[in-house]
Design a protein around this ligand. Structure first.
Ligand SMILES: CC(C)(COP(=O)(O)OP(=O)(O)OC[C@H]1O[C@@H](n2cnc3c(N)ncnc32)[C@H](O)[C@@H]1OP(=O)(O)O)[C@@H](O)C(=O)NCCC(=O)NCCS
Length: 143
């Protein structure tokens, strides 16, 4: 698995990470992918464990783990993709799920990212569907 040289991932509550994580999500999902801005932040942010990836003093990626074992809002700034940042985020969230005793992880993958999640043991479940105007695929992984 590729690793980004110098990436560090911190876990925290929404109160602890939102100042850095929210701008990343707006840049990636709203500005880049056209997701409606009003859909980006939701009531699950306050309930989730968030991962924030740093390259030095620059926040470059984020993702979250919901209390029910759903992983979501995985976003790496465009200029930092393909360097292992997403892998570091996903592995940090999977490790946290293990610490919490979760046995099954689930996520709603954008279709273009299926290959990314497959590398980490997630498998498709059911048919593709539309979410926020983008094609998605449910994926699951047992821990
Ligand atoms: C999906 C995303 C989080 C991946 O982050 P990333 O930092 O580019 O991923 P990494 O560099 O850590 O890649 C890890 C591995 O997955 C592979 N990979 C990354 N993106 C992939 C993709 N879209 N399809 C297939 N494989 C992919 C990499 O080649 C790498 O493989 P390797 O270990 O064999 O070298 C990032 O592309 C992103 O933020 N995209 C825009 C937002 C988005 O669509 N998020 C997903 C919502 S479900």
């Amino acid at each position: 698995m590729s690793r980004a040289a110098g990436v560090s991932v911190k876990l925290g509550s929404w109160a602890e990470v939102s100042a850095q994580a929210a701008p990343i999500r707006f840049r990636v999902f709203v500005d880049e992918q056209g997701v409606p801005a009003e859909m980006e932040l939701d009531e699950f942010d306050g309930l989730s464990c968030h991962a924030l990836a740093w390259m030095g003093d620059e926040p470059v990626g984020t993702g979250r783990l919901l209390p029910d074992g759903h992983i979501g809002r995985m976003a790496v700034l465009a200029g930092w993709r393909g360097r292992g940042v997403g892998a570091a985020l996903l592995e940090a969230l999977m490790a946290e799920a293990g610490r919490r005793g979760m046995s099954r992880l689930a996520l709603s993958a954008q279709s273009h990212a299926l290959g990314f999640y497959t590398r980490f043991g997630f498998v498709p479940e059911g048919d593709q569907y539309d979410e926020a105007g983008l094609p998605h695929q449910a994926m699951v992984r047992m821990l």
